[in-house]
Design a protein around this ligand. Sequence first.
Ligand code: ADE
Length: 225
Amino acid sequence: MRIDIISVLPELMVSPFQTSILKRAVEKGLVEVNFHQLRDWSIGKHKQIDDEPYGGGAGMVMMVEPLDKCISELKSARNYDEIIYLTPDGKTLNQKTANTLSIQENLLFICGHYKGIDQRVRDLHVTLEISIGDFVLTGGELAACVLADSIIRLLPGVLNDEQSALTDSFQDDLLSPPIFTRPKIYKNLEVPEILLSGDTAKIEDWKYEEALRITEERRPDLLGN
Ligand code: ADE
């Protein structure tokens, strides 16, 4: 998979891809992440990339021309399966979207700043708009890292068996059951007896029941009816 990311602050996104599991995924060649500094496509002698909004209002708007030029140049080199704009008014990211995106070849992320990007960039190029939650960040960069992480960890070969994505919360619309490791007793708190029993069928039943209980308690919306 290849992920291209357009941003005015690519330095904000360097360390996530140079650390731990994402770093290994990059080193193994399972994903290639390329940053594109939007200022390289700025216009005029003032190297402008943003301007005041038509119709007034607070904040600046990222201009259509630098973004259009940057995106068009990237598009001329390859076909993107999705061109994704990270924005609080996009569709809220969930596991299903991460799963769907993880089987694509080429993704392009656009990180907004200030009040956002000129609507015409969205009309011309964007195929998917994603929010990582109902809150507003200072820019799309951290959201792009969150989205990339949720996708990359699903690529075959990125996680080893112990880290398997198949048992994650949300993978089957259930939250995870409680988990424990040694010691058996800590400050009078005991590990549930069943987990020490060695009876794998009973343990699986217990995990499922606990997952159901926790999901009912915290996220009944996931269970539908
Ligand atoms: N940019 C600013 N806030 C965001 C959010 N919640 N999700 C995605 N991109 C954003």
